[in-house]
Design a protein around this ligand. Structure first.
Ligand SMILES: [Zn+2]
Length: 466
């Protein structure tokens, strides 16, 4: 793309807004349980791709193996679209998650709309690919999308999203919700079948009907589908779901509790103990053993995925252990993020900018954890942190300026965690006792679990997937 054209560029398609970058990612073809052939693309497949995308003609003379190059990531994503098989009978969901409108022949859909792929040098924060339908059928892909921290599964979903823009369907600025004020981050309603509807549908299809995908990748795709459905539409998307309280116990079991009946069911095992924070519908584990990486974690024995749980965790994982030990918790909202360290908080206050701001804890106060007495809300402008001594501070962003101040909230326990789930507020104190927290009292819950609760989080199940 020449400079002149670039200067005229309008970003029609903004797929990943940092906060929403949970769009996450998925499957890398290099997982040990997958056949090695996924690490090479056969010559006949390359020739087929080059017959449409002539830019690959010069490499179509022999097989192409994973060299972690941008070209590899592009080609392997197209192979993912060509090769992923789905169940023959893909039943629609009873809610808005899956209509099947984009279910057949993803690669055919893609090449029906995109003729050329251009890797651009840099993109604004949050943008991973875009098209400019007025200039033609070129899809521009940002370098951030072409690394190992993205997966072919995510790129396939992004490519389908961009292809849909060739038919029209520009985005709007979100007027409310988690992405309020973010340009190009919403469609009006999912029934319009625009690009974000394609995103929801492709992830839902992968989660429910893909053959040969690992359970962890399917779980990842499931959450991604729901995140887009929840965040990228002006009109609410109907999802039939149940919210329960997840409890991780010291014997490394994930359990869920029905908030009305207090009935507890075991879900699966955790790989290790640690702090868990929510990244929209995803759960991210910061292991107590700081030599281990922070990563996505799945509660139903789905296993793990390779991909990074976001830029903040990529940065964390690269730090020396002594530095890692200062990180106590993470708030992942769509409007702001906050990394809670013992003596300071690192904020991002502008969803469109990677700029961070550090605010120190008051002298003598050591931050311990985030609590969400009103529930974890990706649209929220404020959050609360507790200290080792049980004090509570409010944190947030006033415009794009971070602040930290004493909270008016008074708690009856030294809570290390608090969430409102399905209308009920639960608190976990520093001794591992779980409480039902009400305005003027709290009641300890005797759940007769075989081992202490060490972490809690909201946990949703969906009629279509679960
Ligand atoms: Zn778009």
């Amino acid at each position: 793309m020449n400079v002149l054209k670039k200067s005229l560029m309008v970003i029609i398609s903004m797929v990943a807004v940092s906060a929403t970058a949970q769009i996450g990612i998925g499957p890398q073809p290099t997982q040990p349980n997958q056949p090695a052939s996924n690490d090479c693309i056969a010559q006949k497949d390359l020739q087929d791709i080059a017959s449409h995308f002539s830019q690959f003609s010069n490499i179509a003379g022999k097989e192409f193996c994973n060299d972690n190059s941008q070209t590899w990531h592009l080609l392997s994503s197209m192979m993912f679209m060509k090769r992923t098989a789905f169940d023959s009978n893909m039943v629609k969901s009873k809610d808005d998650l899956f209509s099947g409108k984009f279910a057949s022949d993803w690669y055919g859909y893609f090449i029906g709309r995109i003729d050329d792929i251009s890797v651009v040098q840099s993109c604004p924060k949050g943008v991973i690919a875009y098209v400019q339908p007025m200039f033609g059928k070129t899809m521009s892909v940002c370098p951030a999308a072409l690394t190992d921290s993205f997966s072919s599964l995510d790129r396939a979903s992004v490519f389908m999203h961009e292809a849909r823009h060739i038919d029209g369907y520009p985005h709007v600025t979100c007027s409310k919700g988690p992405r309020a004020g973010i340009q190009g981050a919403c469609d009006t309603k999912i029934s319009d079948t625009g690009s974000y509807a394609v995103t929801v549908e492709t992830y839902a299809q992968l989660a429910k009907y893909a053959q040969g995908l690992s359970p962890a990748l399917k779980a990842y795709a499931k959450s991604s589908s729901v995140v887009y459905a929840d965040e990228a539409f002006e009109n609410p998307v109907k999802i039939n779901r149940t919210e329960q309280l997840m409890m991780l116990t010291a014997d490394l079991n994930f359990n869920v509790m029905n908030t009305a009946t207090l009935k507890v069911d075991k879900l699966g095992q955790a790989p290790t103990a640690g702090r868990i924070f929510k990244r929209a519908q995803h759960m991210v584990l910061i292991p107590t053993d700081r030599t281990q990486n922070a990563r996505y974690v799945f509660a139903r024995n789905e296993g793990e995925i390779k991909q990074s749980a976001g830029d903040m965790m990529t940065e964390y994982n690269a730090q020396p252990v002594a530095q890692k030990e200062n990180l106590m918790d993470v708030h992942n909202g769509a409007q702001f993020t906050a990394r809670i360290y013992k003596n300071s908080v690192k904020f991002t206050c502008d969803p469109k900018s990677p700029t961070t701001q550090d605010v120190n804890m008051p002298a003598g106060s050591i931050a311990a954890a985030l609590i969400y007495p009103n529930g974890y809300d990706r649209a929220a402008k404020v959050a609360h942190i507790t200290t080792e001594t049980g004090d509570v501070f409010e944190i947030g962003c006033q415009g794009t300026t971070a602040y930290l101040k004493p909270s008016t909230l008074r708690l009856d326990q030294k809570y290390s965690r608090m969430y409102k789930v399905a209308g009920v507020t639960f608190g976990l104190n520093q001794n591992g006792d779980l409480f039902n927290v009400e305005p003027n009292r709290s009641t300890v819950l005797n759940l007769n679990l075989p081992s202490k609760v060490i972490e809690i989080a909201p946990f949703q199940s969906y009629e279509f997937f679960d």
